[in-house]
Ligand binder design. Structure first.
Ligand SMILES: C[S@@+](CC[C@H](N)C(=O)[O-])C[C@H]1O[C@@H](n2cnc3c(N)ncnc32)[C@H](O)[C@@H]1O
Length: 155
């Protein structure tokens, strides 16, 4: 099983990069005994500024064949953290790869959004894509702690 985050934009060193590295490291340690693999991050960029239409094939290339595709989109479903954890566990149990997709300034092209198994929203407000990456990383770590029964997540 593979888990990937495919995201538009290159993240320079800074507070967001540190937070993402920390949460993904924690995810790897907590997820290993649960049969969840370390998450790999693929950053894509269309240097000609072609927007979401040009970014879509670059993002699609980073998605493993047959993977469950989860797009991050403010118009998506607002899941609870345990609901996200349960979706991840169910794809793991089906031995399915999982790809999380984060768009750029224009969002995610409709053809990629339409093929997603799930669209998740962190609320109806629009967040900068780098903060969406941080929040996704934290939620993935939180999902692993929920599946492991650790007390990190409280309701
Ligand atoms: C600056 S936003 C793009 C917003 C754009 N107007 C759109 O229609 O999607 C960049 C990316 O961050 C993610 N994002 C931003 N806000 C989000 C939210 N509230 N929920 C989920 N993802 C979000 C999405 O993947 C989005 O494509």
């Amino acid at each position: 099983m593979r888990m990937v985050v495919a995201a538009v934009g290159r993240l320079r060193q800074g507070p967001e990069a540190q937070l993402i590295a920390d949460y993904l490291d924690r995810f790897a340690k907590t997820g290993r005994p649960l049969g969840l693999p370390a998450i790999t991050l693929t950053e894509v960029e269309d240097k000609r500024g072609g927007g979401m239409a040009a970014e879509a094939p670059l993002l699609a290339r980073a998605i493993p064949d047959g993977a469950a595709v989860v797009v991050l989109d403010e118009r998506g479903q607002m899941l609870t953290s345990p609901e996200l954890a349960s979706r991840i566990a169910s794809w793991r149990d089906q031995a399915r790869d999982i790809a999380f997709v984060i768009g750029g300034a224009d969002g995610i092209a409709p053809e990629l959004r339409d093929r997603a198994d799930l669209a998740i929203s962190f609320g109806r407000m629009v967040w900068p894509h780098m903060l969406a990456r941080v929040m996704l990383s934290e939620q993935l770590y939180r999902a692993a702690t929920i599946l492991s029964g650790s007390p990190y997540h409280r309701e």
